[in-house]
Structure formats: C-alpha cells, structure tokens
Design a protein around this ligand. Structure first.
Ligand code: SF4
Ligand code: SF4
Length: 427
C-alpha cells in the first residue's frame, strides 16, 4: 500500500536501526517528586500530608477527571505548594521517599467499573496531554464514526510508541479493542510509519476491524490535523477538535495504558519515553517510574550531569527547556533530549532574506515570516488577520530558516499577546 502523507513538512532523519529498541527498565530512585498537575489545565488536589505513609498504586492526588498514583510504597517527606509546572503555572508537588523493601508490592485491585478505573489511575491521552476520561466522555456524547489510533512518534521513526507497537503488540491490540467497545466506531485506523509495517508481529493477529495505514515518515505527521487529513481527507478548524467531525484520535500509548489498568489492574506508575542524546546513536527507549528526577534517568544512562548543558522535554523542534535536572518525569512527557554546551544553536537577530523556505514547509499553508514579523514588531492584529491561531507550532519553519530567526517563539509571543488582548476586551 502506498504510504499516505500531507503537503509541506520535513522528511524525518533516517534511523540507523532496523527496528525500535526494546524498552529498558529504569530502576526506582530513592526520592520521587510528584507534581499534582501533569497535563494542561487544572491539576489534582493532594490527599496526603507530610509524614504520611503511602502504598504503591495508592491515589495521592485527585481531580474530577484524573488522579496521580504513588509509584512506590514509602512516605511523604515534603509538600511543596510552590512547584513550577512546565507551562509556568504553580502547583503542589509531593516529595516521596521510597521504603527500603526490595520488593515493592501493589495492593490487590478492587472490582470497579471501567470509567472508575480510568479516573483512579489518571490515564492521559496526548497531543496535547489531557485526561482520557474527559476525551472519552466528549466522544461518547458526540458519537464517533472513526477511531484513529496514533502510533507515530514525534520526529523519530523508531521512538517509544513504535516500540509499544512492535514489541508489545498484544497489549496495544487489547487497548484498541477496549476503545472500540467504548466508542463503537464504524471504522478504526491504526496509523503507523511505513517502516514499522513489516515489523508487526505476525503471530499476534490485528483484528479485521482495524485498518493498518502506513504513513510517510514526515514531521509533523503525528499531529491530529495532518493525521486526520491523511487518513480521511477531512480538515477541521484549529479552534475545534476532530470530534467535531465524529473522529476520535487516540494515542497507541493511551490504548496500551488503558489495557494495563482496565484488563490487568496494574497501577499507572511508569512512563514509556524516548531519550535522545547529542549523537545519533544515543537513542534509548526506556520505561521510567513516574516522579523520577531527570538526573536519575541520565545517571542510569551513563551521562554525568556536568556534561549536560540543556534538557528539552518534547520533540527537538517543539520541546520546552527545563530549568533543573531535578524536574521529575511526568505523564505528559514523551521525549527527552539532552544537549552538550557545544551543541547549542544560537538564534540570530538577522533580518528575513525572503527566501520563502518557511512558506514551502509550513504544513498549515501559512506565511511564517509574516506571522513572526508582525508579532515581533507589535502588529499582532495583522498576525491575526494572517491566521496566526492556525499555527500548530510544529517548528518546520524555524528548522529550515537559513538565518535562524526564532519564528516559532515570535509566533507564540503573538498568540499570547492576542489572547491577553481578547481577555481584557471581555472584562
Ligand atoms: S508557521 Fe506554525 S504551522 Fe507553519 S511551519 Fe511554522 S510552526 Fe509549523
Ligand atoms: S525561511 Fe527565514 S529567511 Fe527565509 S523567508 Fe522564512 S523567515 Fe525569511
């Protein structure tokens, strides 16, 4: 089958591997940091105070849509009410000291309805990270004709989602069947990069009701607007979601986690991550206990923290730089990149040379140089007239810009100023 694609974007770098690396288990650290907010939107309310003893899998924080479970048995040593989340907001963070029991056991699971299990284990979906329960309730209210299971990693052909697909196919299929049962779609697509198609385990049959569709390895194919358009030929306004078209797009990682918590009563305490170092061969797929400091993860991978100048959470073109290696691994992360000082890219203050490369690669058919220019000079209304809110911040434009203009950062500034203006007009 010919792989599907979209116009614009960037071809992904070819992988030196012929298949995704199996997951490596990162051991428990001695101390965990558990922010009560691990997705965009309101976080959870902490349920424990300092010195409280907790068990592995116990709910430490709860909201009406999600929860945070304890990754280990131990006790709370600190309740920090001033923890800064990646998005700049302030949340509460529990510090947890693991008990010394070599074997961390999990209390027997209680029989509970499926939605209660999803809520109690705080399963998230991605792009952007949001509680799965919220997404499922909206999908059930609106009705779903098409279910898309997204196994595409951001910017890498063989990252952690490909590893789940290729090395844990059975668990992924269980999750897909659960989603089909809950949403009753007429059609289910499993979106895979074309390189993964021949690697699917032939001994684990993919149900006939699931159509496996190969896609060209391009950035940002993993984003919903590109995925929906490549699979169904439909487009939707950026301010809405694929659900408006009767389409639910759910990550393969979410499907696998769903199978683990619903069918196997496992707590949601580990995170599949792709970790990338400065050299192309430094790529690891790891399963990390949630709440582990990034420093612990790097030490496990044999990297001294002095050697690391910057850690970026998210894809290489879209991620956010961390301010401290003590920041913990949270559910909303899917990739971590670390750079040495000599790998840093410096942005330039040079002016646009009107080469048009950014326009050529923009998958949303925007004029990035105009959006950035209007935002940086304060003409944000002109940026709005040129559809700045349709920008999905994929980073393709900045990647190809020959004079290194920080296009995405300026677009973000423009969006933020426009949103502030809209809010103050509404008051
Ligand atoms: S303008 Fe936005 S959508 Fe277009 S390439 Fe740049 S970041 Fe991507
Ligand atoms: S790629 Fe850079 S230099 Fe070229 S048109 Fe776009 S902003 Fe200008």
């Amino acid at each position: 089958m010919r792989p599907r694609s979209f116009s614009g974007g960037l071809l992904l770098p070819s992988s030196s591997r012929s298949e995704p690396q199996p997951f490596e288990h990162v051991p428990f650290p001695e101390t965990f940091f558990l922010p009560m907010k691990q997705h965009k939107g309101a976080g959870c309310r902490p349920l424990f105070k300092k010195d409280a003893a907790v068990q592995r899998g116990q709910i430490l924080g709860q909201s009406s849509e999600t929860a945070i479970q304890s990754p280990v048995s131990g006790h709370i040593t600190e309740v920090n009410k001033g923890f800064r989340h990646l998005d700049g907001s302030i949340t509460t963070c529990l510090t947890l000291a693991a008990s010394e029991e070599a074997e961390q056991t999990t209390p027997a699971a209680q029989k509970a309805p499926v939605m209660d299990k999803i809520l109690g284990s705080g399963v998230l979906d991605f792009g952007p990270a949001q509680p799965l329960m919220r997404k499922l309730i909206r999908a059930q209210e609106r009705g779903v004709r098409t279910l898309i299971i997204n196994s595409l990693d951001e910017f890498f052909v063989f990252g952690s989602r490909s590893a789940l697909l290729v090395h844990h196919t059975s668990r992924a299929m269980e999750g897909i069947r659960l989603l089909q049962h809950m949403l009753q779609p007429e059609t289910t697509y499993l979106a895979v990069y074309e390189q993964s198609l021949p690697l699917l385990d032939k001994d684990i049959p993919i149900p006939d009701s699931v159509r496996v569709v190969p896609l060209r390895a391009k950035h940002p194919q993993y984003k919903d607007p590109m995925l929906v358009s490549a699979l169904t030929g439909q487009e939707y306004p950026m301010e809405s979601s694929p659900l408006e078209l009767g389409i639910a797009s759910i990550s393969l990682e979410t499907a696998s986690t769903l199978a683990a918590v619903v069918n196997h009563d496992e707590p949601n305490t580990h995170k599949p991550l792709t970790v990338l170092g400065p050299e192309p061969k430094e790529q690891n797929n790891v399963l990390v206990p949630l709440g582990s400091p990034i420093r612990h993860l790097l030490q496990h991978l044999g990297r001294e923290s002095e050697d690391v100048a910057k850690v970026i959470v998210g894809g290489p073109l879209t991620g956010t730089a961390l301010s401290s290696l003590d920041y913990p691994v949270t559910k909303e992360m899917d990739q971590i990149h670390f750079h040495r000082a000599k790998d840093q890219i410096s942005y330039s203050s040079e002016v646009c040379v009107k080469c048009g490369y950014c326009v050529e690669v923009c998958p949303m058919r925007l004029m990035p140089f105009l959006l950035s220019g209007y935002s940086s000079t304060g003409f944000v209304d002109m940026a709005a007239d040129n559809d700045i809110f349709s920008c999905i911040e994929c980073g393709c434009c900045a990647y190809v810009c020959p004079v290194n203009i920080p296009l995405v950062q300026w677009i973000q500034v423009g969006k933020s100023r426009l949103s502030t203006n809209l809010r103050s007009e509404a008051v």
